[in-house]
Every structure is written in structure tokens, then in C-alpha cells.
Design a protein around this ligand. Structure first.
Ligand code: UT7
Length: 336
């Protein structure tokens, strides 16, 4: 397609991304195993599974249910949430409510996406941006000044058409539908503007709810869509750039999964210490947005590691997309 590495790096900051050979459920199972090991928990300890995704493995049943079975969790509440790239923060807020009211005592929150499945590989405005991945956390009730101290969620439905996959779902005509028609309808500039505004607004509201100043934030983990969006939102918030975690260069935009992937890396890199206040900000399809201030508990190391891996796959990312891209290119050529 008519693009270049130079354009992509300069306009988005993306240098690498992952293309999965398996569905979001399989990705989520690996993240789930690793989160369980990190928290020192067994599958049987989990009483609630929240699976956040815009790319479910199936529509029925929920991907949470598929993952529950694969993780060997005999009985638990299980549900999917679809809130675009803000999904992880909505999931955190939901988890906080379920734990706070005693409905859940040990909740597995997984975010996983196989966004490359949606892409039209002939469209340069979207084909270069998105990647696949997953991250997960175990949540339990904590002490009085720990956990979610402030949260702000919102959704600007009037702008929903700026990011949408049209005619996919039960509105589809099953007789006439051509799956190659599937595309991500996308107004990058519009989302860019709203993303910066939305992340700043939700970030500030979450901070004021938490009753802490930006100076007290040790680390900001924003949704990773575009380095320029992150830099601009950080600048408008007034946070020291050294406190902003960025890994969009290595994964592209993994939607709901981007924040927990970054969080996991931040822990690997000892960027989070016990008692630290972490600011999360996100925006995405909906157009949804969210901000959250999270105070870390007394432990910032993993209790264990899981050696769980994805099912084997020998194909490279390019080999995985090649047949799809070829079919899309042929279709575009036939349509002139
Ligand atoms: O997580 C929620 C999902 N949303 C997002 O991640 C998207 C947020 N938006 C963005 O990240 C940016 O708007 C983009 C990266 C999508 C685009 O960056 P931009 O600086 O807003 O570029 P633009 O859309 O204003 O396009 C600038 C030029 C255009 O050409 P003309 O009209 O100036 O001649 C585009 O046609 O860049 C062209 N262009 C490309 N050129 C090479 C657009 N995509 C590409 C491409 N390669 N892949």
C-alpha cells in the first residue's frame, strides 16, 4: 500500500506490532494464567471473570465463558464488556464496585484483542495502526487508601461514527453479506482531537475525585494509540514526560489490551513501587473515555510466573495476513 515506515513512525510512533494466529480468548487465557501466577492464586479462587474486548472470539457465548472453561474455573460469574479502547478502565470501575459490595472477592479482569482480524489491508489509514495482544489482572478487596481512589467514565455517542465497524453483527444480511466488505470506518483526525480532550478531562476529574495533585502521581499509563496523542495529552495535563509510560512503538494500538500490557511491562521494569499513585487515561470507540487514579498496595512484585504459552504457530505476521490481503487487493481491483 501507499505508505512508508517513515510516515508511520513520525505520525504514530509505531515501529512494531503483533499479529495473532489465535482468537482473543486464547490470548486472554495466557494472560489469565500469568495473572493468576503473579497473584499467587489458583483458578478455583476466582469467583468473577470480566473479559474486556471489542473482538470477541464468538458472539455466543461470551468469551469470558470460553476462557473460564479453558482456565479450568468450575464456577464463577463471567461476562464480556465492549467499550472500545476504554474497556480496561470501565472494567476496573466495575471490578471496584463488585469487590466493594462483596459480590466478588477475587476477580479476574482480562483485556484481549485480535484487532488485526477487522482490518482491510488495502486501507492505509487503519491498516498500519492496530495490533493484537492481551493483559490481565487479579483484583481483591484492599486497604482503605488502596486501589481505585478516583474514576471518571464517559461516552460521546454523538461522535460514535468516527470509529465504527458498520454492518457487522445481527444487522448483517446473512444471504448477501460478503465478509471481505468488513472495514473499520475511521476519522483519525476527529478521534485525535477528541482523544486528547477526553483523556485530559477524565484524567483531571479522576485526580480531583481522588483528592490528589498531579505531582503526587508517580506514573501515568495512557491508552497507547498514537505517541503524538499521548505526548499532547501529557503536555496539556502538565505531567513530567518521564512519568508517562509509552510502549505504542512495540505493539501499535491494541485497544482495550493496551493499558494492562503497559501496566505489566511497567511492573517488569520496576516503574511501580508499593503505595504509588498511578494515573490511567483512555479513549476509544463509542466514543468512550475514562480516567482512573489507582493507589498500589504493599506489594509490587509478582509472587510467581506461569510458563503458559499460546498454541504453537509457525507463520509470521505477514504470512498470517497475506491470504486476507491478497483477497482484499483482488476485490478492490475488481471494483476498480
Ligand atoms: O484508540 C482509538 C482509535 N483511534 C486512533 O487510534 C486514531 C487516532 N488518530 C490518529 O492516530 C491519527 O489521526 C492518524 C495516525 C490516524 C493520522 O495522523 P494525522 O496526523 O491525523 O494524519 P491525517 O489523517 O491528517 O493525514 C495526513 C496525510 C493525509 O494526506 P494529505 O491529505 O495531507 O495529502 C493522509 O492521506 O497523511 C496521509 N496518510 C498516510 N500517508 C502514508 C494517512 N494514512 C497514511 C499512511 N501512510 N498510512
Amino acid at each position: 500500500m501507499d505508505t512508508s515506515d517513515e510516515w508511520i513512525v513520525e505520525r504514530t510512533g509505531i515501529r512494531q506490532r503483533r499479529v495473532s494466529h489465535v482468537g482473543s480468548g486464547e490470548l486472554g487465557v495466557v494472560a489469565g494464567h500469568r495473572a493468576l501466577a503473579a497473584a499467587g492464586k489458583q483458578p478455583a479462587d476466582v469467583d468473577t471473570i470480566v473479559f474486556v474486548t471489542t473482538s470477541p472470539e464468538l458472539l455466543i457465548p461470551s468469551t469470558a465463558s470460553l476462557v473460564q472453561k479453558r482456565l479450568g474455573i468450575a464456577d464463577a460469574a463471567a461476562m464480556d464488556m465492549n467499550v472500545g479502547c476504554s474497556g480496561f478502565l470501565y472494567g476496573l470501575a466495575l471490578a471496584n464496585g463488585l469487590l466493594g459490595t462483596g459480590v466478588s472477592k477475587c476477580l479476574l479482569l482480562i483485556a484481549a484483542e485480535r484487532l488485526t482480524w477487522y482490518l482491510d489491508w488495502t486501507l492505509r489509514d487503519t491498516a498500519v495502526l492496530f495490533g493484537d495482544g492481551s493483559g490481565a489482572v487479579i483484583m481483591e478487596p484492599g486497604g482503605p487508601d488502596e486501589g481505585l481512589l478516583g474514576v471518571d467514565l464517559g461516552n460521546d455517542a454523538a461522535a460514535a461514527e468516527a470509529l465504527l465497524v458498520p454492518n457487522f453483527g445481527t444487522v448483517m444480511n446473512r444471504v448477501e453479506h460478503d465478509m471481505l466488505e468488513l472495514t473499520v470506518q475511521f476519522d483519525g483526525r476527529e478521534i485525535f482531537k477528541r482523544a486528547v480532550k477526553g483523556m485530559v478531562k477524565s484524567g483531571l476529574t479522576a485526580l480531583s475525585q481522588a483528592g490528589i495533585d498531579l505531582d503526587a502521581v508517580e506514573l501515568m499509563i495512557p491508552h497507547q494509540a498514537n505517541k503524538r496523542i499521548i505526548d499532547m495529552a501529557g503536555h496539556k495535563l502538565g505531567i513530567d514526560p518521564a512519568k508517562v509510560y509509552i510502549n505504542v512503538d512495540r505493539y501499535g494500538n491494541t485497544s482495550a489490551a493496551s493499558i494492562p500490557i503497559a501496566l505489566s511491562e511497567a511492573m517488569d521494569n520496576q516503574r511501580i513501587k508499593p503505595g504509588d499513585a498511578v494515573l490511567f487515561t483512555a479513549f476509544g470507540a463509542g466514543l468512550s473515555r475514562g480516567g482512573a487514579v489507582f493507589r498500589w498496595g504493599p506489594r509490587a512484585e509478582r509472587l510467581g510466573e506461569s510458563d503458559q504459552e499460546l498454541p504453537p504457530g509457525n507463520a509470521s505476521g505477514l504470512e498470517i495476513i497475506r491470504p486476507h490481503a491478497d483477497a482484499m487487493i483482488a476485490r478492490a481491483a475488481a471494483q476498480g
